[in-house]
Design a protein around this ligand. Structure first.
Ligand code: SAM
Length: 270
């Protein structure tokens, strides 16, 4: 099995869209919308609020063509369409995530503005200079070859286009405890430091516009986000299993003791 197959296998689960919609019904949700689905499809620290904060920080403009790299179940893409007026193309390596993203987007009535492709971020099926923005949240932890990732993002951006990200990065370098939400073992977990990240981005050709250490900001909310996983039938437990709260708390503990840090950034194609 290749590394990317192992990553897809980690995320793959049966009938995710159908089970998310069943969980929404069980939670008493009658109107399916990006906000209603957010507890189960915003798959990163801070959830819906973090997506909104990142889009505002970057200054995403209505009509912008956005590529969501590692688009997951499509929750962030749907928010960028419905709240920021963007047109979003998502790409993800996990087939069931892509299938479910399409179904949930259709249910939200947004299929004309958010589309999803199955594919590897390291070899994206898009022509050069296709997008105004490349967007990614909580994906790089699964990608060993960071330089190729950033070169691909650079290639598909128009001149002057920008990459915006919210990522989990390596802090002290001490070993992590597994499983965490993105990996059951160290075999598919490839965090690198802020300095390494900046160096790869520079080597790919990007110019730094914003670098924001978001560690304190997001550490504060992880415990309550983990606790919320048990409070409603609609949560990331539907997607990643009953032990999702424990996986999230392992991240919280690693952030608290400095093994992991959070960073947000905006980098521009020259
Ligand atoms: C933690 S989830 C985040 C999903 C989404 N960005 C969000 O914030 O809701 C990580 C996602 O990255 C995807 N991913 C990991 N490696 C990838 C790769 N090489 N190419 C494309 N997608 C990848 C996974 O399939 C998964 O959907």
């Amino acid at each position: 099995m290749t590394e990317t197959e192992a990553v897809a296998r980690h995320y793959e689960g049966p009938q995710l869209a159908e089970r998310i919609l069943e969980a929404a019904a069980a939670a008493g949700i009658a109107d399916i919308s990006p906000v209603a689905l957010a507890p189960a499809d915003e798959f990163h620290t801070g959830g819906l609020a973090a997506t909104r904060e990142l889009a505002s920080m970057a200054g995403l403009e209505p009509g912008a063509k956005v590529l969501d790299i590692g688009s997951g179940l499509g929750g962030p893409a749907r928010v960028l369409v419905s709240e920021f007026g963007c047109e979003v193309t998502g790409i993800d390596i996990t087939p069931e995530f892509v299938r479910s993203a399409r179904i949930l987007t259709e249910r939200c009535g947004l299929a004309s503005k958010a589309t999803f492709e199955e594919g590897d971020a390291l070899a994206m099926p898009f022509p050069d200079a296709s997008f105004d923005w490349a967007w990614t949240q909580h994906v790089v932890m699964n990608i060993r070859d960071r330089l190729t990732l950033y070169r691909e993002a650079y290639r598909v951006l128009k001149p002057g286009g920008r990459l915006v990200f919210f990522d989990i990065l390596k802090g002290s370098g001490a070993a992590l405890d597994y499983p965490v939400p993105w990996a059951d073992s160290a075999g598919i977990s490839f965090v690198c430091t802020p300095a390494e990240t900046k160096a790869f981005l520079k080597e790919a050709g990007f110019v730094e516009r914003i670098w924001n250490d978001a560690t304190e900001k997001y550490l504060a909310g992880i415990s309550s986000q983990a606790a919320a996983q048990g409070a409603s039938p609609l949560s990331l437990r539907v997607v990643m299993g009953e032990d999702m709260p424990e996986k999230m708390m392992r991240v919280r503990n690693a952030v608290a003791d400095g093994r992991l840090v959070y960073a947000r950034g905006v980098f521009q194609k020259a």
